[in-house]
Design a protein around this ligand. Structure first.
Ligand code: F6R
Length: 620
């Protein structure tokens, strides 16, 4: 949540900052702002609304200079007014700050600073940081004079950070030290791009693509000094740290929309390819198992595991539910799926033989990170199923499996879900083959997985049909999503997609559970979306569908081609390929993503940037 950028070098800072903010906009889009060192002052431009509105402001009121910071906001403290926009100014304008995170003791600090005479203009916790640094800067200058200004500024930030409790990724400018940015991290990600005579700063690597391939990920409690020809990093307790430069693999086309109208649609269409990437090099046909290299546990250790805990939030939690079914079916391993936001504060018994996996697209979700840290603190090996390379969770986990899905920019998760389910299928196959799963059964799973990219390609042919259905249903205000077994998590995910991008109330339920309450909602104005491909309990779900029809509820069915029984009952059918039950979540998720997409478009919603949401939820 919130995106930060910074630049120090020889280019126009505003140009880099604005391009970077456009690329980070998925992290928050309530308001945006930049601050640039221009002559002997720092010029700040801020604008409520999307980054484009700030671009328009800069066209009218340009800024020039080659050192600057920028921010795109997802509001935590204070409404989306101009005064609450970042950057925030401290003291009499000699410090300017952008911040991602939450300062928990901001009230106490604010009171104290007000008593010292600092005047606050915003309701944000960030302005507290700006004044606090300004205060320490005055103190340092009083004690040490101005002889070594960069060192004085650094000391001021060190002192301010000692007083702050909470999470932060900070970019800081000093009016009297115009060739320098300070960056500090605790809990909110920051990455530094290394160029020739220039350094870049960003909340994730997106803004750096095309500018440099060399990056340094800051760790918690690190403070960096960026000047055009110098990068110095220090850790709060251990002192100076040699920057660990890593290579960025992304290319510009990964983060461009191409010919698609929205990132979400592009990412839906990428799924044949992203599933292929998740499978690449991970299928061992001879041994009829998966090849999973990064778990950092021996086969013997893995064989001793007798329970799995999967922890995640949102869509990743839904993928975890599919994972539970897969792990229990293939590996006979009792599996629990925990909301990370609950697990972090609960104290469930987790034995030595339990394997914990954090599932996360971004690798930055605050609750998932906290749950993972809590499990690690108790000594459990904690692994990650993660998309973003170099993210905090990927770096802190004891091992894990990357999705290799490429950047997911649309706020509603699509391709990450199917990649997570694919990776969980591989994991279940791998752990299954160490236990009860036979060679022929493993072979069969492998064959089915190998066909998956093509099967998803075929599934996408339902697009036109989905569009027509969306045309008929977009005005309804309440929906039920119903499925059973592997398709229950799919129903939850379908409902989440619809509500988050079209603001329609939708509930996902196990189809049979409906009779215990939600059926009271059924009437002619409440469509039910049944996820009902062929399978063992298909007749039971057909009965559930009949129950809805008997109460005049409109029914949309996601079903296999030529399913005459479903076609007879449902008002509308979206056809998907017939696959093994354990692979149905992969194919059935696709029409639900498309349905949410088209309904949202027809309702005039901003599909890629739904209100109140941000891609990477880095606050609790
Ligand atoms: C929904 C969505 C969210 C995320 C959730 C976890 O479309 O994207 O529910 O799934 O915020 O995010 P990650 O997977 O990045 O931990």
């Amino acid at each position: 949540m919130c995106g930060i950028v910074g630049y120090v070098g020889f280019r126009s800072a505003a140009d880099f900052l604005m391009e970077g903010l456009h690329r980070l906009e998925y992290r928050g889009y309530d308001s945006a702002g930049i601050a640039v060192q221009q002559g002997d002052r720092i010029v700040v431009r801020r604008q409520v609304g999307q980054v484009q509105e700030l671009s328009d402001l800069l066209t009218r009121k340009p800024v020039s200079g080659s050192v600057g910071i920028g921010h795109t906001r997802w509001a935590t403290h204070g409404e989306t007014t101009e005064t609450n926009c970042h950057p925030h100014v401290g003291g009499d304008g000699h410090v300017v700050v952008v911040h991602n995170g939450v300062i928990e003791n901001h009230d106490t600090l604010r009171d104290w600073l007000q008593q010292l005479g600092y005047v606050f203009h915003s309701q944000t916790d960030t302005e507290v940081v700006a004044h606090l640094i300004a205060h320490h800067l005055d103190e340092q200058q009083r004690l040490n004079g101005d002889s070594d200004l960069p060192a004085v500024c650094l000391n001021a930030v060190r002192a301010a950070l000692q007083q702050i409790h909470g999470t932060y990724g900070l970019g800081i400018l000093f009016r009297d030290c115009p060739d320098m940015i300070l960056a500090a991290r605790c809990g909110s990600p920051l990455v530094i791009g290394v160029g020739d005579d220039e350094y870049f700063l960003a909340s994730d690597s997106g803004p750096l693509v095309g500018y440099t391939k060399e990056v340094v990920y800051l760790s918690d409690n690190e403070l960096a000094v960026l000047q055009k020809d110098r990068l110095q990093i220090e850790h709060r307790t251990t002192g100076n740290v040699a920057p660990a430069i890593q290579t960025l693999e992304q290319v510009a086309s990964d983060i461009e929309r191409g010919d698609f109208e929205h990132y979400m649609l592009k990412e839906i269409y990428e799924q044949p390819h992203t599933i292929e990437n998740a499978l690449r090099g991970r299928l061992d046909e001879d041994e009829a198992t998966a090849v999973i290299g990064g778990l950092n546990l021996t086969a013997q250790q893995l064989r001793q595991i007798d329970r799995v805990v999967l922890t995640a939030c949102g869509t990743s939690w839904h993928a975890g539910l599919v994972g539970e079914y897969l792990l229990e079916e293939f590996a006979r391993l009792p599996t629990e799926v925990e909301y990370a936001s609950e697990l972090r504060y609960r104290n469930p018994p987790i034995s030595d033989r339990t394997l914990v996996f954090a599932i996360t697209q971004s690798g930055e979700t605050a609750d998932t990170l906290a749950a993972m840290r809590e499990c690690r603190r108790k000594g459990h090996p904690t692994l990650a199923i993660c998309n973003v390379v170099g993210s905090t969770i990927a770096r802190e986990a004891d091992g894990g499996i990357y999705l290799h899905a490429g950047p997911e920019i649309g706020v509603a998760s699509t391709k990450a879900f199917t990649s997570q389910v694919t990776v969980l299928t591989l994991l279940a196959l791998y752990l299954g083959r160490m236990r009860h799963l036979s060679h022929p059964a493993g072979k069969r799973i492998i064959r089915q997985l190998q066909e998956m990219p093509e099967t998803i390609e075929k599934t996408l042919r339902c697009h036109e049909q989905v569009q027509e259905i969306a045309d008929r249903y977009w005005q309804f205000d309440n929906y039920l999503y119903l499925g059973r077994l592997y398709n229950f998590p799919v129903a939850l995910e379908g409902a989440l997609k619809l509500k988050e991008i079209s603001y329609i109330h939708a509930e996902g339920y196990p189809a049979a559970e409906m009779k215990h309450g939600p059926i009271a909602l059924v009437d002619e104005k409440t469509p039910s979306v049944f996820v009902i491909p062929r399978g063992g309990i298909h007749p039971k779900v057909v009965s559930n569908m009949e129950e809805v029809k008997a109460r005049r509820g409109p029914v949309i069915a996601i079903a296999c081609q030529d399913d005459a029984e479903v076609a007879r009952i449902a008002d509308d059918v979206i056809c998907v390929p017939d696959v093994e039950e354990y692979l149905q979540p992969l194919v059935c998720a696709i029409p639900l993503q498309l349905l949410a997409y088209h309904v949202a478009l027809l309702r005039g919603c901003n599909v890629d940037r739904p209100r109140n949401l941000a891609k990477s939820v880095t606050v609790e």
